[in-house]
Ligand binder design. Structure first.
Ligand code: IMP
Ligand code: MG
Length: 427
């Protein structure tokens, strides 16, 4: 019963959408297990670009079925918009997309709370999609699950109680307005959502008993993990592989292999520590070449060099056995290429990402300069086509991290993806 978890190994935007889509042609199920429409997974097919936020990236192939697991937070209005977009572009969604009855619902007041908080001193640069406030309500045991949303009486009572709890922060008038807005949109959204809903945990367990192949698609990345990331500059869920069990409703023993997706350099969007961040002129070059703008918010991404201590932490926590190295083409023309091999902090060398906020701010990267490469890597179709220095860069990373790069990607499209190391990815 093979389950392959595909995890973001950095701060998100590693190219998970593209890699999951690439692998999903050989999968029966693709499952999102955390996050919500804060995610932006870009998949390019035949020159057409799809930005997915809630639907698993397997939706774009006809074969796999797709599940939004219990660990995801679902904004029904955002899902409606995405399903419409997909259907307008000729993708069959109905009968292929399943939403967990246990998933929590993002409501307009969650977005209002996100905006209020991001306007204050504690701002961390969220996507303003209401993700944090929705998970807060879940943990506070006043959230609305999809199962609750489908029952009008239950939903109305829960909405009223939640707004009562938040009226201090929202303001009484605003809380009343949000309630009216929510209830006005509710009947149509409920009607739209109902046919997609089911017990996805059970459905996937059955598929596994029937020896089906399941891909787990993380959103965000290891360093945005609520427990293991750069707290408090994190998202409010667990993108690490452990999150896949809780967030899909599967036991830990179900996961056979973990593939970590990492860019050949590093990016981050939003605030928070970023030890290998580059000076602006250099960052600007990579940002333009690699189109490093958020797929969800359009914000320019911050750019840094590849960070091995950061990746070591991600590999350890998620049990990453293989890497998919993306956007190698974007580094073409950089010479030298710098890679951070350790951090120096208060006279000590650190080989992993530190927990201390102070250390995260003050640690200085120890760099190793590697020879750069030139030319258009986008036309390479196999490893042997890469310039020798690019191949050496990949090999060097594999050795340093003791983790093979099973997939190398040199552009957004399907053909610009090749398998590198031998052996099955599925464990
Ligand atoms: P939230 O998930 O909207 O609460 O945002 C929390 C932090 O995670 C912010 O720094 C966001 O920029 C970041 N973030 C959330 N989703 C993504 C993503 O899909 N890619 C990259 N960063 C993200
Ligand atoms: Mg993204």
């Amino acid at each position: 019963m093979p389950v392959l978890a595909v995890i973001g190994a950095q701060w998100g935007d590693e190219g998970k959408g593209k890699i999951v889509h690439y692998l999903s042609q050989g999968a029966d199920w693709v499952v999102r297990y955390q996050g919500g429409d804060n995610a932006g997974h870009t998949v390019v097919i035949g020159g057409q670009s799809f930005a997915l936020h809630l639907a698993p990236s397997g939706i774009l192939f006809t074969r796999p079925r797709n599940a939004i697991g219990n660990g995801v937070v679902v904004n029904p209005a955002a899902l409606l918009k995405e399903v419409r977009m997909l259907e307008q572009r000729g993708i069959r969604v109905r009968g292929r997309l399943f939403v967990s009855l246990h998933a929590h619902v993002i409501l307009p007041y969650h977005m209002a709370l996100d905006r209020i908080r991001e306007g204050g001193r504690g701002a961390i640069g969220t996507t303003l999609k209401g993700i944090g406030p929705c998970y807060e309500d879940k943990v506070a045991r006043r959230g609305v699950r999809i199962a609750d949303y489908l029952e009008p009486e239950t939903f109305r009572a829960l909405l009223a109680a939640a707004l009562e709890a938040h009226k201090g922060e929202l303001g009484r008038k605003e809380a009343a307005r949000l309630k009216r807005e929510t209830l006005a949109a509710y009947p149509a959204l409920r009607r739209f959502l109902a046919p997609f809903c089911g017990d996805t945990g059970r459905i996937i367990s059955k598929a596994l008993s029937a020896k089906r192949r399941v891909l787990m698609e993380s959103a965000q990345g290891a360093m945005l993990d609520l427990d293991h990331g750069t707290y408090p500059f994190v998202t409010s869920s667990n993108p690490v592989s452990g999150g896949a069990c809780v967030g899909a409703g599967l036991p830990p023993t179900a996961i056979d292999a973990v593939l970590g997706v990492a860019k050949a350099y590093t990016t981050r969007v939003g605030l928070g520590p970023f030890p290998t961040e580059m000076p602006a002129p250099l960052a600007g070059r990579i940002r333009e070449k690699g189109h490093e703008y958020g797929a969800t918010t359009g914000r320019p991404r911050r750019i840094g060099w590849l960070d091995l201590p950061q990746l070591r932490s991600a590999i350890r926590v998620s049990g990453i056995g293989r890497l998919a190295l993306t956007k190698l083409d974007t580094l073409s023309g950089m010479d030298p290429i710098r890679v951070c091999t350790a951090y120096r902090w208060r006279g000590r060398l650190l080989d992993e990402f530190p927990a201390s906020r102070r250390a995260q701010r003050e640690a200085r990267p120890v760099y190793r300069d590697l020879p750069g490469f030139a030319g258009d890597l986008g036309s390479c179709r196999r490893l042997a086509d890469l310039p020798p220095a690019a191949r050496r860069y990949v090999r060097w990373i594999e050795r340093e991290l003791r983790t093979p790069a099973a997939i190398v990607s040199v552009g957004a499209s399907h053909e610009q993806t090749f398998l590198h190391s031998e052996g099955s990815l599925w464990g």
